[in-house]
Design a protein around this ligand. Structure first.
Ligand SMILES: [Zn+2]
Ligand SMILES: [Zn+2]
Length: 242
């Protein structure tokens, strides 16, 4: 049974808790996973991402999208296997704002599966750094969604995960209402990194939207010695123009 139009509801979450062998999205029997093969197949894949920023492109492209050609991003590339659309957006929303950690575990595991099949040993970074929340916000939420997503990824790829040295030292207003330029201004000086950074690192976040947070963190990591900086996310929000 495919899940396409309606978000997962509390009933399906309850099904998963009561019968762990059932798909989290449709309730059908699964083997040992939290999602059945049909629902996994049905997730909105980011088929033709821009090689730099993962913006969905109309067809596989050798060159970057217009935005990246206009202004080369500071990070080497973004990996975001799915589009921020149903049901991925609802899963992320329920995970992030309703504390349904099972959905985070599902999405982190799917991302781990994707990365472990597409990256060779040599292509794996020396460190995974989840985007930090300001301590006050983390206390309110009770967890950092980027860290929760990073756990299954780090474990599956056998790459160290570090959540203390990269810190958000300044609380910033919510970015949602701001345009790209205002987002950049809003984030200046918001992060710090303690110590020396490995040459190849991956920043982990839930959704890639404008990339302003990742870019600000990348600037900090570059000053700490990083040369190749990737951004790994579950989903890519589609930019309005490219
Ligand atoms: Zn299913
Ligand atoms: Zn791009």
């Amino acid at each position: 049974m495919l899940f396409t139009s309606r978000p997962p509801n509390q009933l399906t979450a309850l099904i998963q808790r009561l019968w762990p062998g059932r798909c989290l999205l449709c309730g059908e029997a699964t083997t040992n996973k939290r999602i059945c093969a049909a629902c996994q197949q049905d997730l909105p894949r980011n088929h033709c991402p821009c090689p730099h920023c993962a913006q969905p492109m109309p067809a596989p492209a050798a060159t970057a999208c217009a935005a990246c050609l206009h202004r080369t991003p500071i990070f080497s590339r973004v990996i975001a296997p799915w589009i921020y659309a149903l049901p991925v957006d609802h899963l992320l929303h329920r995970f992030k704002y309703h504390g349904q950690l099972g959905y985070g575990d599902l999405l982190g595991s799917l991302l781990a599966e994707h990365l472990s099949t597409t990256l060779t040993e040599a292509q794996r970074p020396g460190l995974i750094l989840p985007v930090p929340l300001h301590p006050a916000r983390q206390r309110r939420r009770g967890f950092n969604q980027a860290l929760e997503l990073a756990r299954p990824v780090a474990q599956r790829l056998n790459v160290p995960l570090e959540s203390r040295r990269l810190r958000r030292i300044r609380a910033t207003p919510e970015q949602v209402q701001l345009n790209a330029r205002a987002r950049r201004r809003n984030l200046r000086g918001a992060f710090s990194f303690r110590g020396t950074c490995p040459a190849h690192v991956a920043i982990m976040d839930d959704v890639f939207t404008t990339g302003s947070t990742a870019a600000e963190i990348a600037r900090v990591l570059r000053r700490a010695g990083a040369e190749r900086i990737e951004v790994w996310c579950v989903a890519r929000a589609i930019a309005k123009t490219f």
